[in-house]
Design a protein around this ligand. Structure first.
Ligand SMILES: Cc1ncc(COP(=O)(O)O)c(C=O)c1O
Length: 462
């Protein structure tokens, strides 16, 4: 569907597409495919819709990159940004001064976060926040007089970012191969993926054996060598893996028993995505460090934030060399903080967290019905994040050969029909619309996805 407000200039659209292919390198996009086919050039967005330079409309079925919680075109955020730029366009927080929106946002986050997470470090995104987290964890253990605690434990297929330190935590080999050998001191362990249990067990008779892997790892490495356990409470990029009940709480217990810091990476799940403000809070678990980004500004401007326990701060205050020697020029940028504050106002006023729970339940129900289709192995998710995993054989759960790129074919079919999703976890498609999505729009998303799966299934299963 085209948007009558846009006049389509075909010559300009072709020139833009050509220039994109000639100059812009898009991360994670096959280079040859980009050179051959090009990519849509978006020119406008509103609500859950994008329009490209040819006037075609797309449903944003992934909140763009899992981040546009409040939907596109929110003038309230634009105005907050413009007002702040007029008043004070930039002030750093490194070296000394501070600014009002930055202080207001830090206080507000401390209020919103699970109790005890009182201290805030700002960054410009999720990867940077994980860099800050690694620095904080190391600084903390040095201040505690335990510098030998250098090891991190994370999950297989976890995604923690693309910068060098964050990539080291990431457990997706494909994403790390180009920079191998990675940095030492990271151990990846089995994730809580009941459909494809990496330990060959079945829930609930397994009694959360995958969480107990952490205990075994700690026994092997020595508790006094492990600095922190880091995981997404619901794995996003790795395939939208929702742990079984009690997994996160068991991890918390093990961390406590061995004095290991627990870090929740809520870059995707934070600010309401799963139907609670933070996914860890929904499980009644408070980590020592909470890593956030994405939904904090709904992508209107780049931002991340790390929240951590008062005790960690007090340790640094009392015992370190009296400064956290880390930060960036744009840490706590006042204009970005103004955008975040306006975004959080919308999330609160429109009760988007409660909405994610309610509309999310509807979305999960509608998507679950896709399990009747021939190549749908499993539908899983929580709130407004879900994945539909495709299999060659539903009985044996055998996947398609990766080279056949079956999920990619479904993705392409959806795109051709005006729905933007994402392939995740190699064999699945992620669905993660803005938190403002309506039930009618969910029906549209599920309808297009259903048709796409049916079309591709006819071709690949025959
Ligand atoms: C859980 C998680 N952590 C960290 C990141 C990295 O965030 P960014 O791309 O903003 O650097 C992502 C990005 O998708 C993520 O999903």
């Amino acid at each position: 569907m085209t948007n009558p407000q846009d006049t389509v200039d075909l010559e300009r659209a072709a020139a833009m597409s050509r220039a994109d292919r000639d100059h812009l390198v898009h991360g994670f996009v096959p280079l040859s495919k980009h050179q051959k086919d090009g990519l849509p050039v978006f020119v406008r967005a509103e609500g859950i819709y994008f329009w490209d330079s040819l006037g075609k409309r797309y449903i944003d079925g992934l909140s763009t990159l899992w981040n546009v919680h409040v939907g596109h075109g929110r003038k309230e955020i634009t105005r907050a940004v413009a007002d702040q730029m007029d008043r004070l366009a930039y002030a750093p927080t490194l070296i000394g001064p501070t600014s009002e929106p930055t202080v207001r946002l830090a206080s507000r986050l401390a209020e919103m976060a699970p109790e005890g997470l009182t201290r805030v470090v700002f960054t410009s995104g999720g990867s940077e926040t994980n860099e800050s987290m690694i620095r904080l964890v190391r600084a903390y253990w040095k201040a505690m007089g335990q510098p030998q605690r250098t090891r991190f434990v994370t999950l297989n297929q976890g995604y923690h970012g693309s910068s060098s330190g964050a990539a080291m935590l990431t457990g997706i080999p494909l994403f790390n191969e180009q920079m191998a050998p990675g940095l030492p001191d990271v151990h990846h362990m089995a994730r809580p993926h009941c459909y494809r249990c990496e330990l060959g067990k079945t829930w609930p008779s397994c009694q959360l054996a995958c969480a107990d892997e952490l205990e075994r790892l700690v026994e092997r490495e020595g508790a006094d060598a492990v600095a922190a356990f880091v995981a997404e409470p619901v794995q996003g990029v790795g395939g939208v893996i929702v742990p079984p009940e009690g997994w996160l709480a068991r991890i918390r217990e093990i961390c406590d028993r061995h004095g290991i810091l627990m870090v929740c990476d809520e870059v995707i799940t934070g600010f309401g995505r799963t139907g609670s403000l933070f996914a860890c809070a929904g499980e009644g678990v408070t980590p020592d460090v909470l890593v956030t980004a994405k939904g904090i500004t709904s992508g209107y401007l780049p931002m991340g934030a790390m929240l951590f326990r008062e005790e960690i701060f007090q340790t640094l205050l009392a015992r370190a060399d009296d400064a956290f020697y880390h930060g960036y020029t744009y840490t706590g940028h006042p204009v970005v903080c103004a955008a975040a504050l306006a975004n959080l106002d919308i999330i609160e006023r429109e009760r988007l967290v409660e909405r994610a729970a309610e509309v999310g339940a509807y979305m999960q129900e509608r998507l679950a019905a896709l399990a009747e289709l021939p190549m749908v192995g499993q539908v899983r998710g929580r709130g407004l994040i879900a994945a539909v995993e495709l299999v060659r054989d539903k009985e044996t759960r055998e996947s398609f050969a990766v080279e056949r790129q079956v999920p990619r074919q479904v993705y392409d079919e959806c795109l051709a029909n005006g729905l933007l999703l994402r392939v995740c976890g190699t064999h699945a498609l992620a669905v993660c619309p803005p938190l403002v999505v309506t039930k009618e729009q969910i029906d549209d998303i599920v309808g297009i996805l259903r048709n796409a799966i049916t079309t591709v299934a006819k071709a690949v299963l025959s």
